[in-house]
Design a protein around this ligand. Structure first.
Ligand code: NCD
Ligand code: ZN
Length: 338
């Protein structure tokens, strides 16, 4: 018998599922392995109110009733306190803050994050025990964008000590100390930021399929983040930031930012944690930490069995008029879900 491993209720705490044909093509790669996940709201029409959130929730449920989509609400300057209450009453509790212009479909995001009106919404969100998920990047030099944004996180964390704040796709080793400094600051980590660095994107030939926001950083950052993941730091959970874009858009100028990482994610995580003798921490990284930190409850426990049987990642996902290229396309992985 080959070696096997059971993961209970795996969760992807940051993912982009999109709409229409792309949604239908990419979603199975996530729900095959994960029981739920945090679904990002940056659609062409941002999920910025309770009505749109419910509509998107129902669309996802119709495609897979067994998957628990934790829909996030796109924080725009227009979000009212009344709407916030409506959102919470429908069971949605994660707000996503995009600095205006920071990433894909962030044009409706916040330009003045610490404006009095926003602080009022955040204060109410704190009272409602909601969670603030942040795309933490300034508009400055690419490699320093996350670092430059940290004072804003510190300010929000101090002002609203009961508001849980998630630094999404943490990418810079200088951000890690905030997890230890503030009780209410948490983070998600992607597979690409813990295994790759800037040289993988542009050190040899330019590989637009590895272009994402925040950009891949130095080997030192990668290694510090990997350490955080392998040790399953209690304030960190796995969030793939799987962000599908059409291949034609990835190869155009400017190239779209986002890495489609959904295929064989759990299998790749098994391989990585095994390589570093940390398989015993994988359960905490892909589920337990998130369940505790986000206050989640699941009626059932789904056990996902993964066995040491090799397989290859697909080269591409075909759509009617285009394709989507996954992270590590064509690579052999030594684990398979059974
Ligand atoms: C994401 C996308 O394509 O929606 N892109 C990315 O580079 N990660 C948005 C985001 O999470 O920044
Ligand atoms: Zn994202």
């Amino acid at each position: 018998m080959s070696q096997s491993l059971i993961l209970k209720n795996p969760l992807d705490m940051h993912l982009h599922l999109r709409e229409g044909e792309v949604l239908e093509s990419v979603f199975p790669y996530t729900y095959q392995g994960f029981v739920g996940g945090v679904v990002m709201p940056n659609l062409s029409t941002p999920i910025s109110n309770a009505h749109l959130a419910l509509e998107y929730y129902n669309t996802l449920k119709a495609l897979c009733a067994d998957f628990t989509p934790l829909i996030t609400i796109y924080l725009t300057p227009k979000l009212s306190i009344q709407e916030l209450h409506q959102i919470k009453s429908l069971g949605f509790k994660i707000l996503k803050l995009y600095p205006k212009g920071a990433t894909t479909n962030s044009q409706d995001g916040m330009s003045e994050i610490l404006a009095p009106q926003t602080l009022e919404v955040l204060s109410e969100a704190e009272k409602l025990e909601m969670i603030l998920s942040i795309h933490a990047e300034s508009g400055g030099y690419s490699l320093d964008r996350e670092f430059e944004f940290l004072p804003i996180i510190a300010q929000i964390a101090q002002t609203f000590p009961k508001l849980k704040i998630i630094i999404e796709h943490l990418s810079d080793h200088r951000s890690i100390e905030l997890l230890n400094r503030y009780d209410n600051v948490f983070a998600t980590l992607t597979l690409h930021h813990i295994t790759l660095c800037l040289d993988d994107l542009l050190g040899g030939g330019l590989n637009p399929h590895l272009f994402c926001k925040p950009i891949l950083k130095s080997p030192k950052d990668r290694d510090a983040l990997l350490e955080l993941a392998l040790s399953a730091h209690p304030k960190v959970s796995f969030g793939s930031d799987s962000a599908p874009h059409l291949a034609s858009k990835k190869l155009s100028n400017p190239a779209s930012a986002g890495i489609f990482s959904a295929p064989l994610l759990l299998e790749q995580l098994c391989e990585l944690f095994e390589k570093h003798q940390a398989l015993e921490n994988l359960q905490a990284f892909v589920s337990d930490n998130a369940v505790r930190n986000y206050g989640l409850t699941f009626e059932k426990v789904r056990e996902v069995k993964i066995q040491k049987i090799s397989q290859k990642l697909p080269q591409a996902i075909s759509l009617s008029n285009d394709q989507i290229i996954p992270l590590n396309a064509g690579k052999e992985i030594s684990w398979s879900m059974i």
